[in-house]
Design a binder for this molecule. Structure first.
Ligand code: FAD
Length: 310
């Protein structure tokens, strides 16, 4: 609803993705960061999901605490393959009991070394199955988002088939698409056009990941098979050992991608923060979406005094 309202008002908005840290101090740091980043006015935050251990419980806890303590709406990721149905049912019930009303319904990656879905390990084969189950069981209680792949989940040669499957997720009850990260804006805009022509009418939020360091960027884009324009590699190569220069360039790239999308009418932007604050903040500042930390702004309770934002 919030996304549709922002789109109706034709105003830009943004959301932030986080993942559950592995250690207790990491969790405390993330809470501090989420709280500070709420100052940046995200429309909602997302928390990723992994079955096993305490990870999925922590995802729910991060969502629930962010909503009740920091007042920001949370979108909880949930994967469905190779998982017992009762665990999925239980997790959805817990989400509802904790006031979480947004689920990003995903298939999840198949276990390492597996290329085929194993029906003996769970009933859900595709994200569509989870979307359908949530919609049929909970009616309109949950807002359901799904993943979209501007460069294809199956690979570029199967993009049309992939779009058909995305349409099936909408038909099963999905309300919103959040895309895989990408760096080729023209390709994203062409893909959105194709989705619209295929009858996908729900909002599509592009996934933006500001580049943080050379090694991590290379690994991530290789792993997710993301095409990186030559020009970006050319700019990264001479600065690859200078982390600060890479981060600064990453901010420049993300801001210029958003500007290009904004000119094409895109209004919502989903940031893969990798639990970091600075790059996302700097991109939003660079675009003028939020005031700069150094900006002197009047205090509302005494306009004659001003204070630097902490
Ligand atoms: P699906 O939509 O089910 O698609 C999976 C594959 O099956 C695709 O190749 C698709 O083309 C094909 N397919 C779909 N429907 C059919 C059909 N009816 N018949 C035949 N083939 C079909 N992973 C995590 O583990 N945790 C997370 O928190 C997480 N968050 C993510 C967030 C976003 C925004 C994105 C883009 C990905 C995320 N992932 C996460 C990764 C995701 O789980 C994997 O990319 C996974 O391999 C695909 O999930 P999906 O929901 O897109 O699957």
């Amino acid at each position: 609803d919030k996304v549709n309202k922002a789109l109706e008002d034709d105003r830009c908005f943004w959301s932030f993705e986080y993942f559950p840290p592995k250690t207790e101090p990491g969790v405390m740091n993330l809470y501090d960061r989420i709280e500070r980043m709420c100052d940046l006015g995200p429309l909602f935050i997302d928390v990723t999901w992994r079955w096993g251990g305490k990870s999925s419980d922590l995802t729910l806890e991060l969502c629930s605490v962010s909503q009740t303590v920091y007042g920001v709406e949370a979108n909880m990721h949930m994967t469905c393959t190779n998982t017992n149905f009762s665990l999925i049912k239980n997790a959805l019930e817990k989400a509802k009991d904790n006031g979480v009303q947004n689920i990003l319904a995903l298939r999840g990656d198949l276990p390492d070394g597996t290329v085929e879905f194993d029906p003996s390990v769970g009933e859900f084969k595709y994200a569509t199955d989870l979307v359908r189950y949530i919609r049929q069981t909970y009616g309109s209680y949950f807002c359901i988002s799904v993943a979209g792949y501007p460069e294809g989940c199956l690979g570029p040669e199967d993009i049309d088939r992939d779009i058909e499957y995305l349409k099936a997720k909408q038909d099963a009850g999905a309300d919103l698409v959040i895309t895989q990260l990408f760096y080729d804006v023209d390709n994203f805009l062409r893909w959105v056009d194709k989705c619209r022509k295929a009858g996908i009418t729900i909002p599509i939020l592009p996934g933006i990941m500001p580049i943080q360091n050379y090694g991590g960027f290379k690994r991530m884009t290789d792993l997710c098979r993301i095409k990186v324009p030559e020009e970006i590699w050319d700019r990264l190569e001479p600065i690859k050992d200078d982390d600060q220069a890479i981060k600064d360039y990453g901010i420049e790239v993300a801001a210029s991608m958003i500007k290009q999308m904004q000119s094409a009418g895109v209004r919502g932007f989903h940031f893969y923060t990798v639990n970091l604050e600075r790059s996302t903040r700097m991109v939003l500042e660079k675009l003028g979406f939020v005031p700069s930390v150094n900006e002197v702004r009047p205090l509302p309770w005494n306009p004659s005094l001003s204070e630097k934002r902490a």
